[in-house]
Design a protein around this ligand. Structure first.
Ligand SMILES: NC(=O)C1=CN([C@@H]2O[C@H](COP(=O)(O)OP(=O)(O)OC[C@H]3O[C@@H](n4cnc5c(N)ncnc54)[C@H](OP(=O)(O)O)[C@@H]3O)[C@@H](O)[C@H]2O)C=CC1
Ligand SMILES: Nc1nc(=O)c2c([nH]1)NC[C@@H]1CN(c3ccc(C(=O)N[C@@H](CCC(=O)O)C(=O)O)cc3)C=[N+]21
Length: 281
């Protein structure tokens, strides 16, 4: 039997708590969102984030940054938001327009405002398993919250992370390592037959590569937990990186797309935002 990891359900629990925390604070909470207005995905996801934020009492300031901007001009914008006392948190939606060096922009965000946890400082703290508080990238932190909610153990388990972006794979592997899993990271240059062998070992597979139905059920270890981060559109439908139907009866747990990691990402972003508001009041 394959059980669903219901991200929509767990996200609602987190969101309800966030709304209470926002209501308990005696000042407004504002998330600034920098995004490329010419990117359809960004329009869609930024819209979803802003609507959910509004429902929880968090204001958003959506700032379009198009192809006419430079890395330097966007960094200057981030620095002005860092210095703006009315801004609680800053999110830089990926991808920015071609030519803007995204990782430099991520790292310009002050750690005390890094709601999405993508800057070099907080990612370094995650990598070092720092004792001080810091924000963690929303998508992989959302995955950890989902694993915790369903009491899926990580200690001593073999975890395979497929993808190594700043947004997902790198912080995901650090979180699983910090949670005592034995972690392997696969990427574009991982040979397909090596990937197959790694999959057969993996108790936990977390995949975010952006290729629809990239992982087939037959390649999974019996009883695996499968986390599908992929968000692709196929025939107008949200489709993950895992061939969901073929994983039935092989995986013990799997996240659906939609309704899995996506809502957890948004809930975690807003949870990070209220945490920053509480810390910096
Ligand atoms: N549900 C959610 O909340 C979120 C969903 N996403 C989705 O996750 C996916 C990945 O996003 P993101 O990390 O930003 O994308 P990137 O394009 O930044 O990263 C993709 C990663 O996949 C790796 N990759 C590409 N092809 C292969 C392959 N054939 N075998 C193994 N690895 C491969 C790349 O390797 P290399 O580094 O070598 O290039 C890279 O590390 C997308 O579908 C995106 O929409 C992303 C964030 C949040
Ligand atoms: N700095 C940055 N941080 C991000 O977290 C980030 C980003 N850039 N760039 C793009 C990706 C993508 N992403 C999604 C978040 C939620 C859903 C989501 O909630 N999806 C719904 C379905 C939506 C639909 O049906 O189209 C679901 O899975 O249920 C999807 C995708 C965040 N990203």
């Amino acid at each position: 039997m394959t059980e669903l990891l219901d991200g929509a359900k767990v996200a609602k629990i987190i969101n309800d708590k966030t709304a209470q925390r926002v209501a308990g604070l005696d000042k407004p909470v504002t998330l600034a969102v920098i995004y490329d207005p010419d990117n359809e995905g960004s329009q869609l996801y930024v819209g979803m984030k802003s609507r959910k934020a509004a429902k929880l009492g968090i204001q958003t300031r959506d700032i379009p940054v198009g192809a006419d901007e430079t890395t330097e001009s966007v960094i200057a914008l981030v620095e002005s938001l860092n210095a703006d006392d009315d801004v609680t948190g800053i999110l830089v939606q990926s991808p920015l327009a071609k030519g803007i060096k995204e990782r430099q922009v991520f790292s310009a965000v002050a750690p005390s405002k890094d709601a999405d946890g993508l800057g070099a400082k907080v990612q370094g703290m995650l990598f070092g398993d720092a004792l001080e508080p810091y924000t963690v990238a929303a998508t992989p932190q959302g995955v950890m919250s989902l694993l915790n909610y369903y009491h899926i153990p990580t200690k001593g388990k073999v975890a395979l992370v497929i993808g190594r972006s700043q947004l997902f794979g790198r912080p995901m592997s650090a979180l699983l390592n910090n949670a005592d899993a034995t972690v392997t990271v696969a990427h574009r240059f991982t040979e397909p037959d090596i990937l197959k062998r790694l999959l057969k070992f993996a108790d936990i597979v977390a995949v975010g590569v952006g290729i629809p139905n990239f992982i087939k059920g037959k390649d999974l270890k019996q009883g695996a937990t499968v986390i599908d981060v992929g968000m692709n559109v196929v025939d107008g439908k949200a489709t993950g990186d895992v061939d969901f139907d073929s994983a039935q009866g092989i995986a013990d747990f799997i996240t659906p797309v939609p309704g899995g990691v996506g809502p957890m990402t948004i809930a975690t972003l807003l949870e990070n935002t209220i945490t920053l508001a509480e810390q910096n009041k």
